[in-house]
Design a protein around this ligand. Structure first.
Ligand SMILES: Nc1ncnc2c1ncn2[C@@H]1O[C@H](COP(=O)(O)OP(=O)(O)OP(=O)(O)O)[C@@H](O)[C@H]1O
Length: 233
């Protein structure tokens, strides 16, 4: 019998059309803290994120959040149940200003100070409220996307490559904020930057061709001599 976790994924199969990508995945995600999902290109990391948020129906298995069976819920119901998602691409409204992006993100948030909290977390956004999101730098755009997701007050935040296309100086800032956030809620991070992912994460899963190849405490996974074999292109 598996110990009950905040997010329990059991024996999950999923894919596109007839092509199966995830095979019998079982993951236990704790109530608080960071979890890294690692693996080379095409290992199935994004597909796993989509299956958790409901963009992709699971073929078999269970996705249970806080005791609630998610398989039956549509993506918007999963958001209301406490999931925030920052996809790899198209995570902001490029033609809207930063202010309007944040306003859209807070449509269902009755807490007036929620936007202030995001601006405290990412002060750069506060200086660019009237700028159109499509003209932001890669890092600012990621900050806006994370801020928008946080306005839904998620208990679980999924981030797919939050530092892709981001200047190195800003990567540090985003990493620090995510590390702080992981002390309050559960943060699942898909990352190519191993060091960054393992700084945010307490626990790591390594996927290989849609299966869990390695898992454990972040430090143990980092020290595992097998790790590089699963990350090499
Ligand atoms: N919409 C789709 N239709 C068909 N196949 C897809 C689709 N999206 C992804 N795939 C395939 O599923 C497999 C896993 O892709 P996925 O994007 O989940 O990998 P990943 O680990 O996130 O890789 P990356 O690091 O490149 O983003 C790949 O073989 C990919 O070609």
């Amino acid at each position: 019998m598996l110990k009950k976790q905040f997010l329990d994924i059991r024996h999950l199969d999923a894919g596109y059309g007839r092509s199966q990508v995830l095979f019998d995945l079982t993951l236990g995600i704790p109530w608080r803290g960071g979890v890294a999902v690692l693996g080379r290109n095409g290992a199935g990391k994004t597909t796993l994120m989509k299956a958790i948020v409901g963009e992709l129906p699971s073929w078999r298995g269970e996705v249970v959040l806080d005791g609630q069976d998610f398989n039956r819920l549509r993506p918007e119901q999963r958001v209301r149940a406490g999931i925030g998602y920052v996809p790899q691409e198209h995570s902001v409204f490029a033609r809207l200003s930063v202010r309007d992006n944040l306003a859209m993100g807070s449509l269902f948030n009755t807490n007036a100070s929620a936007i202030d909290r995001v601006l405290t977390m990412f002060p750069k956004l506060g200086h660019r409220l009237d700028q159109v999101a499509g003209t932001l730098s890669g890092g600012e755009r990621k900050m806006l996307a994370i801020g928008r997701a946080l306005l839904g007050d998620p208990k679980l935040l999924l981030l797919d490559e939050p530092t892709e296309g981001v200047w190195i100086g800003v990567i540090e800032e985003i990493t620090e904020r995510l590390t702080e956030l992981a002390k309050e809620i559960t943060v699942i991070i898909v990352e190519q930057h191993l060091d960054l992912a393992l700084r945010v994460a307490d626990h790591a899963y390594v996927l290989d061709r849609g299966r869990v190849a390695l898992q454990g405490a972040a430090g143990d996974v980092r020290g595992n001599p097998e790790l590089l074999r699963y990350l090499a292109p």
